[in-house]
Design a protein around this ligand. Sequence first.
Ligand code: MN
Length: 209
Amino acid sequence: MANASPPIHLHHDDLPEGLDLGTVVAIDTETMGLNPLRDRLCVVQLSAGDGEAHLVKIAHEAKPAPRLAALLADPKVEILFHFARFDLSVLSLNIGPIVGPIYCTKIASKLARTYTDRHGLADLVSESLGFSLSKAQQSSDWGHDSLSDEQIAYAASDVLYLHQIRERLDRMLEREGRMAEARACFDFLPVRCALDLNGFDHLDIFAHS
Ligand code: MN
């Protein structure tokens, strides 16, 4: 499974017209760095969970992306992320707000898989799907005018498996009685991102001091 190459569609500036990704869409972003206020958005990856990935390359002089923005603003579409806290900030700053429900596989993993402190995407793929995911391109130059084949394959792999991982995590959350807590944490994510972007990113407002 890991070596079969899935269909990957590369688009520029926005999604193509008429593309239907269904009501549960996995999304990831690649940026110039880890500070959403400083580092520009370079790629948005999407998958309907059907084994295909759509990559939207965002040019240095970014143009509006109305079809991508409409997808994010569709209240009927649930978006799956791995570490939603980052992607949510990046997307809200660069494309537009997310209106529908959000799911984060990293939060779900932390609430369900309390037997480990390994909650990276590669850890989840390895445990749930039984193959190893290469993170070799994680810190490459996503701002380059053209993406390498390795970057394209890596970017796609960040969204291709999220539906399967989510199913498994949901079963664990149900089993452990933590589904309601997980849902409440996902629903809190837009507030968490607003706090991040307003300078509260390193402050635990729930802590005593
Ligand atoms: Mn990624």
